[in-house]
Design a protein around this ligand. Structure first.
Ligand code: PMP
Ligand code: GLN
Length: 398
């Protein structure tokens, strides 16, 4: 029986906290708390342990000192709106320069929340790849929607065309598409993107894309925004954020771009969430987006080296590690070390024996069998930290 066939109470009769009761505390918060409690190396929650470009940080400091400390305009500080317009043109040839096509948000998270709440009616279906970023499932439930998952299987995480097609129906309202993908590190191919685009058109769905890892793509692969595909700009809301690219996850500056009417609908909700995001960080992120190609290459190249250290360390320790094509994370199978349940392994064996914290991929899945022994590790850490993690992981095999 599919998720959509289950008889559920009318979401309109359930309070928001009840709709989210099944989600509990996020797996990221639980695992960061575990790392803090045990002193283990935190390769769980995805955040860097170094600062990003100094000019970006300096600009924020200068803006605070210069008095940019009050509410922003509703669509965002003009420098950042202009920088996002230029960024979409420079990297993807996308034109979002018409009024109302760009809105700054409190991280990608707020853009996602506002989009789901703005666009979904109770009973609407949302198609998402599985594993999925936990927020997509929670927001679907909060909005009274129903998720339809498209499993991608370890280790190559390919998308099966028939399975994808079967997830769509006349009830499909949204596709939430995350590429580059968290947690698998996959960058979807043009063929996969075209297939999703054609299904979105056939079923008249809006595509919300989460592209927060757009600049962290390895091995000469290419990130293809959905909005660049023929006929898709008019039905796509593109979301990204500064946190991952510029190592400022605590700043919570994101943005959404797309057709002005869809952005307006998202804004109608967003204005009652954060109202507006923090002012002084916005011109600083504008400086970041304006950095030259060499600066983006340095960020990308550094992370790719960190990926290689961690993948090698995991393999040397006896885990089966997939090689991520992008992002902050590697997924590895702990079954060769005797693990039978990744949640249990992450809560006990991993911190106690190795002094390392990871996140069970089951936290991103509906199907308990899909990820039973899979663990996500973050490589957004200094090389020496990853080397120390690799040393510690050796103890798992002994
Ligand atoms: N989407 C994905 C796939 C993420 O990994 C994250 C975490 N950075 C977010 C959204 C949230 O981004 P932000 O911190 O900008 O809200
Ligand atoms: N995006 C981060 C991750 O995947 C976590 C953000 C959060 O804790 N919600 O680890």
């Amino acid at each position: 029986m599919s998720d959509a066939d289950v008889t559920r109470p009318d979401p309109a009769s359930i309070a928001g906290h009840e709709r989210l009761a099944a989600f509990g505390e996020t797996i990221f918060a639980e695992m960061s708390a575990l790392a803090a409690r045990t002193g283990a190396l935190n390769l769980g929650q995805g955040f860097p342990d170094t600062d990003g470009p100094a000019v970006v940080l300096e600009e924020a400091i200068a803006q605070i000192r210069g008095g940019r400390n009050q509410y922003s305009p509703g669509m965002g500080e003009p420098e950042l709106v202009a920088a996002v317009v230029e960024h979409q043109r420079r990297w993807y040839g996308l034109d979002v320069s018409a009024p109302g096509q760009v809105m700054v948000t409190a991280g990608a998270s707020e853009a996602l929340a506002a989009a789901f709440l703005a666009l979904l009616k109770p009973g609407d279906e949302v198609v998402m790849l599985e594993p999925y970023y936990d927020m997509y499932a929670a927001l679907t439930s909060l909005a009274g929607g129903v998720r339809r998952t498209v499993p991608m299987r370890f280790p190559d995480f390919a998308i099966d065309e028939q399975v994808l097609r079967a997830a769509f129906s006349e009830r499909t309202r949204l596709v939430i598409l995350n590429t580059p993908h968290n947690p698998t590190g996959r960058v979807l191919t043009r063929e996969e993107m075209e297939l999703i685009a054609s299904l979105a058109k056939e079923f008249d769905a809006v595509v919300v894309t989460d592209e927060v890892y757009e600049h962290l793509v390895f091995d000469d692969l290419e990130h293809i925004p959905m909005a660049t595909l023929p006929g898709m700009a008019e039905r796509t809301l593109t979301i990204s954020s500064a946190g991952k690219t510029f190592s400022v996850t605590g700043w919570k500056i994101g943005w959404v771009t797309g057709p002005a009417e869809l952005v307006r609908q998202v804004r109608s909700v967003k204005q009652f969430l954060s109202f507006v995001p923090p002012a002084p960080f916005q011109p600083a992120v504008a400086v970041g987006l304006g950095l030259d190609d060499a600066a983006f290459e340095q960020i990308r190249g550094g992370l790719q080296k960190q990926r290689d250290i961690l993948v090698e360390g995991l393999r040397a320790a006896g885990l089966t590690a997939s090689v991520p094509q992008a992002g902050y994370f590697v997924v590895a199978d702990a079954a060769p070390l005797g693990a039978v349940d990744a949640l249990d392994f992450c809560r006990t064996t991993l911190p106690a024996t190795a002094g390392v914290v990871g996140v069970p991929v089951s936290g991103f899945c509906d199907d308990p069998d899909a990820a039973r022994t899979l663990v996500r590790f973050a490589f957004s850490k200094r090389p020496e930290v990853l080397e120390e993690a690799a040393r510690r992981l050796q103890s798992l095999g002994s």
